[in-house]
Ligand binder design. Structure first.
Ligand SMILES: Nc1ncnc2c1ncn2[C@@H]1O[C@H](COP(=O)(O)OP(=O)(O)OP(=O)(O)O)[C@@H](O)[C@H]1O
Ligand SMILES: CC(=O)N[C@H]1[C@@H]2OC[C@@H](O2)[C@@H](O)[C@@H]1O[C@H](C)C(=O)O
Length: 371
């Protein structure tokens, strides 16, 4: 087990939007963040993205997909130097915490061998086994971020990837597992429906800048029907699978491209606004991270729909493209130190749990010291 000193750890994330692998270094002892380091991004090719898409929902990835994922991760991490430990999230293919469980494809033991470093992986399974949602897991890291930026009152971190998730943090409580320090949950679909629309109708991967949505009209009836989904009546903690809201796309089938884009974008903003009702007190600021913060139409809808300031995390010198990868670097150090990575307020797990398995590389002959 590690001591109390901060070490450099490398975290990786391959998220629900299927755009590529993020990798980032964090200097931490698993409690405080001491600094952020190098970052890297390795995009998936169109063929690789199709391979991933074809196996969404699978409970066991094909060998070809695992190999592709592991290779892409090695390539993402390859240029980074000076780290001692890796946090490997893998690619979520299926997530049914109250059914069959949760599955992230990719084998940490392979990365450990190839990169010759210990790898913490399979972060979500033990949380689910103890009755938790297995997601979101970034909240303990968000708590450390709130303290790192010197927040003195409750704030929230809103991650807008394929799916949206929010963490409400009270940084005055030093222990993230203390009752009242955190509340976290997935807010609803974020960019995934707009991406799917753009792919189907325009052969594009995203609504760049939110420009298409900006010129459309929101179909209020579709929005109201969307907000009737039982997910919004569930109390947090709660989590989603990427494809839990596929009926949303059916709802906009008869709309023009611009109106459909506007309506799907508004659905993301409205689901966040619904989620804010669960916060114990209104946060002083909602800091937005993830690709959705690049969508000006979505950011404007959030600013109009929430009762508190909405700012990108760059305003407090954090990197909104890398926060999730950094989270898994931070969580890896927590696992290596035997600290919990989730608690009842973040995933609904019955007790604090340290998720994650550790794969160690086989000692190389040069590392073996003969007596
Ligand atoms: N310039 C942009 N304009 C509009 N949308 C953008 C822009 N850049 C990124 N996005 C959106 O953000 C998405 C990527 O976000 P991000 O990388 O945070 O997702 P992810 O980490 O894969 O997902 P998750 O957090 O759900 O696992 C893109 O697929 C796109 O929808
Ligand atoms: C099961 C799974 O992989 N969930 C992801 C997904 O992407 C966003 C949202 O849904 C969040 O719950 C989670 O990722 C982030 C990194 C988390 O665990 O905090």
């Amino acid at each position: 087990m590690l001591g109390n000193d901060a070490i450099w750890a490398c975290g990786t994330m391959s998220g629900t939007s299927l755009d590529g692998v993020d990798a980032a270094l964090v200097l931490t002892n698993g409690e405080e963040i001491s600094g952020f380091g190098e970052v890297a991004f390795r995009a998936y090719s169109a063929d690789e993205r199709e391979m991933l898409r074809a196996e969404l929902g699978a409970w066991e990835a094909s060998e070809a997909l695992c190999e592709m994922l592991e290779t892409a991760h090695v390539q993402a991490i390859h240029g980074l130097t000076g780290y001692e430990l890796i946090g490997f999230h893998g690619q979520t293919l299926a997530h049914e915490p109250h059914g069959r469980g949760t599955y992230q494809a990719g084998d940490g033991a392979v990365l450990a061998e190839v990169l010759n470093r210990p790898v913490v992986w399979d972060f979500r399974t033990s949380d689910v086994k103890l009755g938790g949602e297995g997601a979101p897991l970034a909240p303990f890291f968000h708590h450390a971020c709130a303290r790192y930026i010197g927040a003195q009152e409750p704030v929230a971190f809103l991650n807008l990837g394929g799916v949206g998730n929010i963490t409400w943090v009270d940084p005055r409580l030093r222990n993230p597992a203390a009752p009242g320090a955190l509340l976290a949950f997935d807010t609803g679909p974020a960019n995934a429906p707009v991406n799917d629309l753009m792919r189907q109708r325009r052969a594009q991967t995203q609504d760049d800048g939110g420009r298409l949505a900006a010129s459309g009209r929101v179909a209020e009836g579709v929005l109201e029907a969307f907000l009737e989904h039982p997910y919004f009546y569930r109390m947090p903690p709660k989590s989603l699978d990427r494809n839990d809201f596929t009926s949303l796309l059916d709802g906009v089938a008869d709309l023009s491209d611009v109106d459909a884009a506007a309506t799907l974008t508004a659905a993301c903003a409205a689901s966040v606004a619904r989620g804010m009702d669960h916060c114990p007190v209104a946060p002083a600021t909602v800091f937005v991270t993830g690709g959705g913060r690049h969508n000006a139409t979505l950011m404007a809808m959030l600013a109009a729909g929430l009762d508190c300031p909405v700012r990108p995390v760059e305003d407090v010198d954090l990197d909104g493209d890398m926060l999730e990868a950094q989270a898994f670097a931070y969580l890896a150090v927590r696992v290596a130190r035997g600290l919990p990575t989730s608690c009842p307020a973040t995933t609904g797990v019955r007790a604090c749990v340290g998720g994650g398995r550790i794969a160690r590389p086989t000692p190389r002959s040069a590392d073996v010291h003969l007596a």
